[in-house]
Design a protein around this ligand. Structure first.
Ligand code: NAG
Ligand code: NAG
Ligand code: NAG
Length: 258
């Protein structure tokens, strides 16, 4: 329903027109994440592996349905990032546009990939990415799994300061933290409480590829965590059928960044 621009830019336009919603300057359709699935590293068993990636693009890439992601993150770039990650390297502005950072968890130290990108504060890969971003940029941080509660939200090496460091450098900028899956070991935890902590710093989204392309939903609305979203029901077409009214509300709220 929302942010479908990720994979199929044209469908957002159709949905927007269908709902009669006028697109405004602050509407976000992060084309920035289009083809992110071309980066997704696999394990030896061909299972999707944890990684984190952040990209900085001109705001128009996140707001203009006609913007072409290929100009700032081509399929060739996506392949290059994937190859680097597969070799055990991290990507430090490793594409021609120098607008992407990415990492897998560190095999030696077990440092989590989100943490690798956000630390050490002041000289992290994220700081390097932000140096060349300005207030007109749109910065999207994507982690395949949700940040794990034990280490990344509650642990000593939690990522919250790293997220604040990011947001403090661009308070009025367009920023988003996106994840795809709920981290396996967190499925039984009270994630609502934990996700509020992240969303208090940076707007939190969950995106998944569905039969209609990439769909993204905002995790928190008016301080309420969307529990259907945590369970993944929004992405299950045979279970969840948005009505015109909630579609509209979700579309509106998801597209307007704080
Ligand atoms: C995504 O990748 C596919 C296959 O590589 C390509 O056909 C498509 O044009 C790409 N989409 C965007 C929005 O770049
Ligand atoms: C993992 O951590 C070790 C120790 O800090 C470091 O030498 C190595 O470069 C790191 N690996 C990657 C891929 O960053
Ligand atoms: C989707 O919903 C249907 C109907 O409730 C259910 O049978 C199915 O298991 C669900 N699929 C997933 C992947 O949750």
């Amino acid at each position: 329903i929302v942010l479908k621009a990720f994979l199929f830019p044209s469908s957002v336009l159709i949905v927007l027109l269908y709902l009669g919603v006028q697109s405004t300057e602050r509407d976000v359709k992060p084309g920035a994440l289009a083809n992110i699935s071309n980066v997704q590293p696999k394990t030896k068993m061909q299972i999707d592996a944890q990684y984190a990636i952040a990209i900085s693009v001109q705001r128009a890439q996140c707001t203009d349905v006609h913007a072409d992601i290929q100009n700032v993150f081509s399929n060739k770039d996506a392949k290059h990032v994937k190859d680097e990650l597969s070799k055990g390297q991290k990507c430090l502005l490793c594409t021609d546009s120098r607008n992407v950072i990415a990492a897998r968890p560190n095999r030696t130290t077990k440092e989590h990939s989100e943490h690798v990108l956000l630390y050490p504060l002041g000289e992290s890969p994220m700081d390097k990415l932000l140096e060349q971003a300005d207030q007109n940029s749109c910065v999207v941080f994507y982690s395949y799994n949700s940040p794990c509660v034990k280490k990344c939200i509650r642990g000593e090496d939690n990522i919250l300061n790293g997220l604040s460091n990011w947001i403090n450098t661009r308070k009025n900028g367009m920023n988003a933290f996106v994840f795809n899956e709920i981290w396996q070991k967190d499925k039984k935890k009270n994630l609502a409480e934990e996700f509020l902590k992240i969303n208090a710093v940076v707007p939190l989204y969950r995106c998944k590829i569905t039969s209609d392309g990439m769909e993204c939903w905002k995790c928190v609305e008016n301080n309420n965590v969307d529990t259907f979203l945590i369970k993944g029901w929004h992405f299950n077409k045979s279970f969840f059928k948005p009505t015109m009214s909630n579609q509209f509300i979700i579309l509106q709220s998801t597209l307007s960044f704080q």
